[in-house]
Write a protein that binds this ligand. Sequence first.
Ligand code: ZN
Ligand code: ZN
Length: 151
Amino acid sequence: MRVKMSSGSRKGPPKHQNEYAWKPNGSRTINPTEVGGKLRPYSEVTGVCLRCKEQIEWKRKYGKYKPLTEPAKCQRCSKRNVRQAYHNLCNGCAKEHSICAKCSCRVGNIVGRDISEIEAEQKKLEEVTIFLIYECLSSFSLLLWLLIKDL
Ligand SMILES: [Zn+2]
Ligand SMILES: [Zn+2]
């Protein structure tokens, strides 16, 4: 027995026209191992003003972000030191002049900190810890010496 499928006999309200919300990235899907994918998220946007940060994050969100494949040239010191896409200045120049690495506007508060700054801070912290341990040990041995010298 054959069942005839007729398209005109469906009853009820039509199904939603926009069943699928508009998807960012369109035809391009980022696979998880690619930079920007789930397993390799982009590094934080640093060295720029809040407005530029938002712009760059917008690009990331909508799949328009093109990460740098190699360091770009800084427009101020001309060194190939720009490691973040869409930046015109290297982190050093941006920080030295307190300007945004992208739009070069003067900013009192540049978002984020670059890795060298964090590393320097951690190193300092380590040095302080070592110093404290050393201090502690030397005062301990002094105490020990005071205790035993009269024995
Ligand atoms: Zn520079
Ligand atoms: Zn900016």
